[in-house]
Design a protein around this ligand. Structure first.
Ligand code: CTP
Length: 471
């Protein structure tokens, strides 16, 4: 088995000992993934009796933490930061009956632990999960199992997005039929699955299926007013279509940033889950407010202030689903700022873009990559007759310009200051709030290239701020 835990040896040894006296089965993801040659880190064990005692023994021998997940159902967790082992009491008389209560056929297979150590390893597969796994099909076991735990609906799209296969037709019918019950699931559980979907590169495809089955609007009821809302000729899709299309492009850009933005992603961002989630969700939510601000004036369609409404709604959604606070705020800020790159591009091309404006953008939205991916996805998702065909090229050049500016800004900020508070005191200024104002003005002039030396800085200060000098 492709068990990739750093504690594999010790765990294997302990399972070998335990299986001499206890009837134990490996179930769930570990079986599923090892059958397709995928490694796994976490183990789910089903035991015929005494799950608490077995879990406590494993925790003690491994030096892992012991957590009681549900005394009522006999589920215990043994974990360290790298590996999680869940130990559950078999819920029916036989393992086959236990497997019958699970979500999907690919997750309803079991390997008797003992068999692994007797050179006769085999797996129990009452619902032909192995065939589904090989033929790439995600198939629910029974409608009642969805009703028992509606979160399984979202898990189904998650397994689809993770590449385990297409969702079987009947399974989707069950999902559609019971979509509304999904709200009965704890927001934390919904969030967990939603994030897993967003972290794959099939989030767009999963969202489309979820939309077709009426599931997306259960998680995000705020999107409903966006359906069938027309847009100006710049767009080829209505607001709802454009929101989904933007997610599609955001995902395409994340897959190949160099092709769309002409730069490769910094290494730390590639691994950054919050970055991926915020780019995808901000792209999806950026025009949410249009459904609430649509107005048809005599000459044209307008959506005044839609970015603020979108941002407020995105924050509300993030709070309801218990996103980490900083992640929710990051998404909301990106949504609120999604038009700024385009607005600044106009100024840039007119030659009226000031250093102050560029610096403000970088300070206000410290996620330049995220912001430009959202802006680029927005642009790629707009293909109306009024759309300029070279717009993405211009946006890309502007992105490069801003990036160089940001690097220069960081260099200047790191450099020793040409003028300090101490210098101001020596010049005869009285310490107070005016100091930071004067020093910021000097810094701006340095950035603009107008001040290079201390003498030039002193001259500038005396010319502009002498009224604040001590008398
Ligand atoms: N399970 C289920 N219904 C759920 C959650 C889990 O039937 N709502 C069952 C499935 O058999 C699943 C197993 O419990 O395979 C373990 O669940 P979990 O650890 O949450 O997921 P995995 O399937 O192991 O997948 P992954 O490790 O990728 O999360």
């Amino acid at each position: 088995m492709l068990f990739s835990s750093p504690d594999k040896e010790r765990i294997t040894h302990l399972l070998f000992d335990l299986s001499k006296t206890e009837k134990m089965f490996i179930v769930g993801g570990a079986v599923r993934d090892s059958l397709i040659g995928k490694s796994f880190n976490d183990l789910d064990l089903v035991v015929e009796r005494n799950p608490e005692g077995i879990a406590k023994k494993l925790a003690k021998d491994l030096g892992f933490a012991f957590v009681e997940l549900s005394r009522e159902f006999g589920i215990y967790r043994v974990a360290n930061p790298w590996t999680v082992i869940d130990i559950s009491l078999q819920r029916r008389k036989s393992i086959e009956e236990d497997l019958k209560l699970r979500d999907f056929t690919i997750n309803a297979m079991a390997i008797p632990v003992r068999s692994l150590f007797e050179d006769r390893a085999y797996f129990i597969d009452p619902f032909l999960g192995y065939v589904d796994l090989k033929e790439k099909r995600v198939r629910g076991i029974a409608e009642g199992n969805i009703v028992d735990d509606p979160l399984r609906i979202l898990r189904g799209y998650r397994f689809f997005a993770q590449g385990y296969g297409l969702l079987e037709r009947k399974t989707r019918e069950w999902f559609a039929k019971h979509a509304k019950s999904l709200i009965l699931s704890a927001p934390e559980r919904i969030l967990y699955e939603l994030e897993l979907i967003l972290l794959t590169d099939r989030a767009y495809e999963a969202f489309v299926l979820m939309d077709e089955d009426g599931v997306l609007e259960v998680i995000f009821p705020e999107v409903n007013p966006c359906r069938n809302v027309p847009q100006p000729e710049y767009h080829h899709l209505d607001v709802w279509g454009h929101m989904l299309e933007s997610l599609k492009w955001a995902e395409a850009i994340l897959k190949d940033p160099e092709a769309y933005l002409g730069r490769s992603l910094p290494k730390d961002l590639k691994e950054d889950k919050d970055f991926i989630i915020s780019v995808k969700l901000a792209s999806f939510f950026h025009d949410l407010g249009k459904g609430y601000t649509f107005k048809q004036t005599e000459e044209r369609i307008v959506f005044y202030g839609h970015e603020k409404v979108s941002s407020d709604l995105a924050l509300k959604i993030a709070e309801r689903l218990r996103f980490k606070r900083d992640l929710g705020e990051r998404i909301a800020l990106l949504v609120k700022s999604h038009m700024r790159p385009c607005q600044l591009l106009t100024e840039f091309e007119k030659g009226t873009l000031t250093i102050r404006a560029k610096r403000n953008l970088i300070k206000d939205v410290p996620y330049l990559w995220d912001l430009f991916i959202v802006a680029m996805a927005d642009s790629l998702a707009s293909r109306g007759v009024d759309k300029e065909p070279d717009y993405e090229d211009r946006l890309r050049s502007f992105f490069h310009h801003l990036f160089s500016f940001k690097e220069e800004l960081e260099r200047v900020e790191k450099r020793e200051r040409v003028l300090t508070g101490r210098d101001l005191i020596e010049l005869g200024f009285k310490p107070g709030p005016i100091f930071s104002k004067i020093l910021a003005a000097v810094e701006l002039k340095v950035l603009e290239g107008e001040i290079k030396t201390k003498e030039e800085a002193v001259k500038f200060v005396l010319e502009n701020y002498s009224t604040y000098l001590l008398t």
